[in-house]
Design a binder for this molecule. Structure first.
Ligand SMILES: [Zn+2]
Ligand SMILES: [Zn+2]
Length: 280
């Protein structure tokens, strides 16, 4: 999947490098960073999802979510197809050159498939991957000029964004934790290690903060009602205020979350925009 990454990069790279450098120097001063964090709401935009949403977007199997509003713009997962990812970004008015950091949840192609095409547009980024990724894939990412960060335990990605660290027995997966004025937001890729385990890890990484929102793939397509009920119970005990399950959550489980959360259930299909301002 990385083969296309090496084709025709040079011209694009120069342009991406110059524009991204200018941005970085603007944002590297600490006062600018603080101002950016306090004034702008955190905005999540679902760039890729098999759950349909905004009709201008192409819905396809996979997941990608853009996180804006902090000092750095973070792309979480890249969907399954780079052309669809870049097209959805274009119709939603998102410039690949504005992304500073890419985080890949896990190695499945519906989350990593768009990476090569994305890096061909902007490789002046850090790419956080589970350390369990094969060395060959890590090398391919470094080859593009991107800075690879192999994640083991929980760590900060920016001042207010953390990774849960890679968890899971066979398949390692990480999720994103955003700190906002009104609590933490957990964004999951596929939740193969269990969305309940990612949520418990997030509660440990950011203790004593309510969960403002959990969104992403919950991987409950084959789960029984009892299993989903247990997760709903856990979410309630963690005081999860809003939920936005999508991608691989499964229709039956999604309906249970919708019923349990009512008005606090968010539709997070392709193209959905979630503004997390301090008043909400
Ligand atoms: Zn997966
Ligand atoms: Zn998936």
């Amino acid at each position: 999947m990385m083969n296309r990454m090496f084709c025709g990069l040079a011209g694009i790279l120069i342009v991406a490098y110059v524009s991204a450098r200018g941005e970085e120097s603007h944002l590297s001063a600490k006062d600018n960073e603080d101002a950016a964090v306090s004034e702008k709401p955190t905005v999540l935009t679902v760039l890729y999802n098999n759950i349909a949403g905004d009709e201008r977007c192409t819905a396809a199997w996979g997941m990608s979510c853009l996180v804006e509003g902090g000092a750095k713009t973070v792309l979480f997962d890249t969907g399954g197809n780079g052309r669809i990812l870049l097209r959805n970004m274009e119709v939603l008015g998102k410039d690949p050159g504005d992304v500073d950091i890419v985080v890949l949840s896990h190695i499945h192609a519906d989350h990593t498939g768009g990476l090569a095409d994305f890096l061909a547009r902007n490789s002046d980024v850090q790419v956080f991957v589970p350390d369990a990724f094969p060395d060959s894939l890590k090398a391919d990412i470094r080859e593009t000029g991107a800075e690879l960060v192999a994640v083991r335990g929980p760590q900060k990605i920016t001042r207010r964004i953390h990774t849960t660290g890679q968890i899971g027995m066979m398949l390692k997966e990480q999720a994103l934790i955003l700190e906002t004025a009104k609590g933490i937001v957990l964004i999951t890729g596929c939740s193969h290690p269990g969305v309940e385990n990612l949520a418990k890890r997030a509660a440990k990484v950011c203790p004593d903060q309510p969960f403002r929102l959990i969104t992403g793939g919950f991987h409950l397509g084959g789960a029984s009602r009892k299993q989903v009920d247990r997760i709903i119970e856990l979410f309630r005990s963690l005081e999860v205020r809003k939920v936005g399950p999508s991608h691989c959550t499964g229709a039956a489980a999604t309906a249970m979350f919708r019923e349990a959360w009512g008005d606090n259930f968010l539709n997070c299909g392709c193209g959905a925009v979630i503004k997390l301002n301090s008043k909400q």
